[in-house]
Design a protein around this ligand. Structure first.
Ligand code: ATP
Ligand code: FE2
Length: 324
């Protein structure tokens, strides 16, 4: 079966074509800003302007035409209402025009499922670290459950806010990563793990204050920030692995591109006799291949959705009954 997937939960609009378990194309374009954060309306306008070219590129790269598509899937949750709606409209229009079935999928679960497809992971704990999301997810009792999460902002948004404060553009994560490699001078920061959850706002306040005092090198702040928040995330991930008796950790989300986080995760897994799986960057960041893959998997397991399958900006990972 050939499936076209559409991703539009936030600043990225993506289209991908897969043939069963083979990714034939995975195209995306992201709305970015020089300063300030994402304005949902602007991101939606970006998607409206770009979707046509992105879908065409995905088909062309796969050497297929729209008539070859057997199924269309889209991320219907969770995310920004403004942008989710654009993806839903695009998917519904193609489904109606070409008379193909449609499936709406949960974006967070798609991150985990693409990891299982592209690595040898069978039943991993997923540390999902993106702009808006920070969750530790694992399959237990028929559902994907959130074992720990952020109590305030997502880690990527936290990193980007700090980066913006010190004058770096958006996204700031890759720039701070490079800077952090220039230092090994740890400055003590708050370490905020509360049970299985983490929080970043106190650390952000402290970092801003330290930056304003100008007593420390920016590289030292970048280094200390990474060491602290990555240790927090891996503490919670390790506890979830111990609790569920799982021996695999999968990293996902844009922040999973960070090589320091990857190294720390590998070390933690090594020490507890577990395996750590890291994806290629194109599958860490928001992408439509994962939406195509999960939707097709659901369809093959018998899941059917109506053409007016609604979007749900606030759907929780464990709202979904897993029948596939
Ligand atoms: P979601 O809708 O799933 O929350 P998103 O729209 O935030 O996703 P992603 O592409 O998953 O998009 O993640 C983007 C985030 O990843 C940004 O905050 C960016 O700074 C961060 N990021 C990307 N590369 C790195 C890196 N090397 N180190 C740290 N953070 C990174
Ligand atoms: Fe994501």
């Amino acid at each position: 079966m050939i499936c076209l997937g559409i991703e539009s939960t936030a600043h990225t609009f993506g289209a991908a074509v897969i043939r069963n378990k083979e990714v034939l194309s995975n195209i995306k374009k992201s709305y970015t800003t020089e300063s300030g954060g994402i304005v949902p309306q602007k991101a939606a306008e970006h998607h409206v302007a770009e979707f046509d070219t992105i879908v065409k590129d995905a088909l062309e790269k796969a050497s297929l035409s729209i008539k070859d598509i057997d199924l269309i899937t889209f991320s219907n949750a969770p995310g920004l209402g403004h942008t989710l709606r654009i993806g839903a409209h695009v998917a519904r229009s193609i489904a109606v025009l070409h008379d193909v079935p449609i499936i709406g999928v949960n974006h967070c679960i798609a991150h985990l499922e693409i990891g299982k497809l592209l690595t040898k992971a069978k039943d991993p704990v997923l540390l999902y670290v993106s702009g808006a999301n920070t969750q530790v997810i694992a399959f237990e009792g028929g559902k994907y459950r959130v074992f720990g999460e952020t109590l305030d902002t997502g880690i990527g948004n936290f990193i980007d806010t700090f980066a913006r404060y010190i004058g770096l553009g958006f996204p700031g994560g890759p720039k701070l990563e490079k800077m952090a490699y220039l230092s090994e001078n740890y400055i003590r920061l708050p370490y905020n793990v509360k049970g299985m959850d983490v929080s970043f706002s106190g650390i952000l306040t402290k970092l801003k204050r330290l930056f304003d005092e100008s007593k420390h090198k920016t590289e030292d702040l970048a280094y200390s920030m990474q060491e602290t928040v990555f240790a927090m995330l891996l503490e919670v991930s390790e506890r979830a692995m111990a609790h569920c008796g799982k021996k695999e950790l999968l990293l996902g989300g844009g922040v999973a591109c960070n090589t320091r986080l990857q190294d720390m995760a590998k070390k933690m897994c090594e020490e507890r006799g577990a395996e750590c799986f890291v994806l290629e960057n194109q599958y860490n960041v928001d992408n439509a291949a994962m939406i195509a893959h999960l939707g097709l998997k659901m369809f093959k397991a018998g899941v059917r959705h109506d053409i007016d399958m609604p979007i749900d900006p606030y759907e929780r990972t464990d709202d979904i009954e897993v029948s596939w």
